[in-house]
Design a protein around this ligand. Sequence first.
Ligand code: 13P
Length: 231
Amino acid sequence: MFFMANWKMNKTIGESESYAERINELLEGEETKHTIVIFPPFTALRSLSEHLKGISVGAQDIYYEESGAFTGEISPIMVREAGASYVIIGHSERRRLFGETNESVQKKALSALKHGLTPVICIGESIGEREAGRTINIIKEQLGYIPKDKKVIIAYEPLWAIGTGRSASSEEIEEVHRFIKGIIDAPVLYGGSVNSRNSGEILGIEGVDGALIGGASLDADEFFSIIKSAK
Ligand code: 13P
């Protein structure tokens, strides 16, 4: 199973070091067969990667070029050097707030693969799209832009379940994950209001290979409880 913590725009370097200390303590002596990855803000990548034991780190985004006149952007080479081995691409917050498109997601995914980063590509429908019965069409369209590479990981995150406290139902998750797996042979994670109370059930759904966790991952004890809830 994959357990991925997307911290979004949270935690300073100091705060991320305290977190690393606590999660190392909790995981010490645990024989874990899981892949655990933390995605801090860029500024904390390097120090977090140096402090964590047995946990990988990833970037929350990259630009697809290697270097050049792209003020404010960060390249795959830079995040690799800072310790990242994974990168989240196409998170709905980036699509909604920062103009990320299916086309830019595709370019970033190809660039990540070229530079040895594992892309965790986020897809999902809005509440309007779900209510209009368009969920599967939206997912299919988004998947059309994703490289069919064996290193790719998909995260299904329905927009209406992110940060709302309302996760998708087991039936909704199972239907979409089955559809995704019919198109691409990749691990598929679920994201959207996952916490230690609902994670046992969500991780038990057929076709769910792990979780991408936002808010609940900010507390090391809570994140550890989610990991422990996997059978
Ligand atoms: P929440 O877990 O806070 O709903 O966020 C999910 C998410 O967006 C992870 O990428």
